[in-house]
Structures are given as C-alpha cells and as structure tokens.
Design a protein around this ligand. Structure first.
Ligand code: S3P
Length: 437
C-alpha cells in the first residue's frame, strides 16, 4: 500500500489506504532539540539530553557548536554536552553550514552577536533564499556588525562583541527572532527587552528560566538580564507536535482509522492545529496529560470522523504555523469550504508553502484559490492520483503523502530526501499504522 522507493530515486509512492490503526511515538521536538544544544553549550557545566531528534536540522546545530570547540557526545541513550559558559566558544575554522535549518541560522546569529570573533553562516539553496533582515536589524541595533547578500540574505558574516541592551518591538511574531534577541541579550550589561505582536512558541523562555537566567515575561514582552551564567540541565524532549500532526490528520481523514500518538508536546503555543481540527469536527482526545522537563506532554487519540470546512486566521494560524500544509490536506478532504488567512509568513518558509500546497492540491484535483496571505480550499471526498513536487520542502512532502492515502490510485511524491531534515522514519511509521489490524 505504501512504499519507500530506492533512496536514489528520492520519491514516495503512496496508494489508497486501508484504515490506519495502532500506536506511534513521533520523533522528538525539533525546536527543543536545537535549543537544548545551544543552551547546553552556553551553560556552565555538563548537560544531558534524552530523546534528542537525530535528524538533519538539529544535527547541523550540533556540528556548528562542535566547530566552535564545544564537546558534544552522542551516547545513544543520551547526548552529553560539555558547556563552555557564555564566553567559552572558539572562533570556528571555516564557514558554518546551517543546511536547510532556519532555526540553526537565526538562533546562531544571536549567539554569534555576543562573541569576540567573526563567523560566517551559510546554508542550502532554500536557506539562502530566506529573509535574515528580521534578525540582522535588531542585532545590528545592539552593536553587532553583520554583512549579508543584497536584501539581507545568507551567507551572513557576523562580527560580534560590545553589545548594548535594546528594547525591541518586533513587527513579526517569530520565535526565531525572539530567541536570537534573547540569546544576544545574554551578552549585554543590563536588561534587553523584546516584544512581539502575538505570542510565538516559548520554548527558549521556558528553558532559560529553568537554567536560572534572569528572564521576565509580561504577556507579549520578554526581558532578559545579561551576563548571568546559565545552569546546566538534564532534559527529556517530548515528541514533536508538528510531526504528530501528520498522524492526527491521517487518522481523521482515513475511514475507520484509530491511532494513539504517544508522548506529544502540547505546549499551547504549538497546538493551534488541534483547536482547528476540533472546529472541523475531528474526534481527538487528549489523555494522560503531564509535564516533562518544563513542557506539557500528552497522548493524543484520534479516530476517523467527517470533517467540515472552517474559516481561520490570526492567532490560531500562528500556533499552527508549521502545520499549514497538513491543515490544507485536512481541508481538501472536508465537506464545504475552508478559508485560511493571516498566513503570509508561509511565503518565506522552506518553500513558499501557500504556492507549493496550492500547486500540489490542484494536481490532486482540489479546487484551490491562492490568497496573498492564505488559501481557499473547496473540500471533496477523494483525491486524484498525481505526481507531486515537494520543492524540497519536508512538510509539503509528508503532507502530500498523507493526502495520497485518500487518492484513487498511485500518488508519487518527488524529491523526498528533505524529509530527513525533521522526520527520517516518517514512511516506516506510516507503513506500520497501515499494516496494523
Ligand atoms: C521555529 C520557529 C518558527 C517555525 C520553525 C521553527 C523555532 O519559525 O516555523 O519551523 O524553532 O523557533 P519563525 O520563527 O520564523 O516563525
């Protein structure tokens, strides 16, 4: 029913699915995995990280810190980081390659702004097309010297040091921008404040607080006191809600399915998709809620049900920012029309996700209208088999694989090595659910 083709072909072949049944634990949270390495490296002493995401994006963050002299050992069971403190990083020899990872590049900008040396960050074709002005501007205001390609694109060269605190009002609700400024704030004498127009994911704040940093949160305004040393930590990372999202939608759309998704991070800044799926009439229960290493975690039980179209925007979309592609798939298999607005940030993700999803869904026979800041989708019962381009975007590739479960015939997803950036075992896990009785 589902087949992972030869690696060299870099394609997925998907056929109409029988019910999906069973239990899965998606891979570890990507955002928290990056932050565990960064904050562990900057803390005073040894930190351990259990259930780290061994996927390409967080592995580039490990490689970057190794390049700056931090010892990070992968013991299998856990990752051990020998933190160097705020001032212990070494000038890297050569360019730091951030691969496909926007989080690596933007958070590293914040760290490098505080260093008394110069470093250059680059990445793959997709990352070199992503806007960096949003981190360059505040960090330059703080005193870093940063050169970029015309328009603020990578490669970036950052000469850090001599930072002064700012009170920065960000015009974009972005956890990457917020985190870059907070990290740079660690290197200032005094208090740095960042306010955002809406609340983006708050993993950085939670972790810094747990490390004893002088951080204060007042609604949308976060302040950090510089120069205090960070305590090391032992952390267990929950499963990534953004990876669980593919199974949530698969379970909701494939008839007779019933899936239990274990140990998923349900930080409220991340679970907009859950709220939206509930509005659409999905049958999802949150069970066994508890806290692990300062983050809320639960098991999510999803059963098939008929979904209906919704109109969503604003705050809910920010909390579902990485789930836009899979939400579009749910909308395509709902009764009626779904309208998503306030999603202009999706234009500057790993691909222009509004455009790539509109193109992919049209190929699958869906009636789609692209908006400047979103999309209108007219749902249908089944999809048409098609050959779909991922445009090198992992979330588009995995979302369209889920869509393929509801197509009458074979769906081919082209260019799927990108899935390794966040979820290398995606197809195996999906196959496991399709085989289970
Ligand atoms: C992330 C923040 C979000 C998200 C990205 C991961 C993070 O990006 O889309 O996948 O780990 O901080 P923005 O900060 O650009 O919204």
């Amino acid at each position: 029913m589902l087949k992972k083709e030869d690696r060299e072909l870099e394609t997925f072949s998907i056929r109409k699915s029988s019910p999906l049944r069973g239990e899965v634990q998606p891979p570890a949270d990507k955002s928290i995995s990056h932050r565990a390495i960064i904050l562990g490296a900057l803390s005073q002493g040894r930190s351990t990280v259990k259930n780290f995401l061994r996927a390409e994006d967080p592995l580039t963050t490990i490689a970057a810190f190794r390049q700056m002299g931090v010892e990070i050992e992968d013991k299998g069971e856990e990752i051990i980081i020998d933190g160097k403190g705020l001032t212990g990083l070494k000038e890297p020899s050569g360019i730091i390659d951030c691969g496909n990872s926007g989080t690596t590049m933007r958070l590293l900008c914040g760290v490098l702004a505080g260093q008394p040396f110069s470093a250059t960050l680059s990445g793959d074709d997709s990352l070199r097309r992503r806007p960096m002005q949003r981190v360059i501007k505040p960090l330059v205001e703080m005193g870093a010297r940063i050169t970029s390609q015309a328009g603020g694109y990578p490669p970036l060269t950052i000469q850090g040091g001599g930072l002064t605190p700012v009170n920065y009002k960000s015009t974009v609700a972005s956890a990457q921008v917020k985190s870059a400024i907070l990290l740079a704030g660690l290197y200032c004498d005094g208090v740095t404040t960042i306010s955002e127009p809406d609340k983006s994911r708050d993993h950085t704040e939670r972790m810094l607080k747990a490390q004893g940093a002088g951080i204060e949160i007042k609604n949308l305004e976060i302040s950090i006191k510089g120069r205090a040393s960070l305590n090391p930590f032992n952390i267990i990372i929950p499963a990534d809600f953004s990876s669980a999202a593919f199974f949530l939608v698969a379970g909701a759309i494939v008839p007779d399915s019933e899936i239990v998704i274990k140990n998923v991070g349900i930080n409220p800044t991340r679970t907009g998709l859950l709220d939206i799926l509930h509005l659409m009439g999905a049958d999802i229960e949150t069970k066994n809620e508890h806290e692990v290493s300062g983050e809320p975690v639960a098991d999510l039980h999803v059963r098939h049900s008929s979904l209906r179209g919704v109109t969503v925007g604003g705050d809910l979309i920010l909390k579902a920012i990485d789930e836009f592609p899979i939400l579009c798939v749910a909308a395509s298999l709902s009764e009626g029309v779904t309208k998503i607005t306030g999603a202009e940030e999706l234009r500057v993700k790993e691909s222009d996700r509004i455009k790539t999803m509109a193109e992919a869904l049209r190929k699958a026979g869906v009636d789609v209208e692209e908006l400047k800041d979103g999309i209108i989708i007219k749902g249908r019962n089944r999809l048409k088999p098609a050959s779909i381009q991922s445009h090198g975007d992992h979330r588009v590739a995995m979302s369209m694989a889920i869509a393929g479960l509801m197509a009458d015939g074979e769906t081919i997803i082209e260019d799927t090595t990108c899935v390794n950036t966040s979820f290398p075992k995606f197809m195996e896990m999906l196959e496991g659910l399709a085989k289970a009785k």
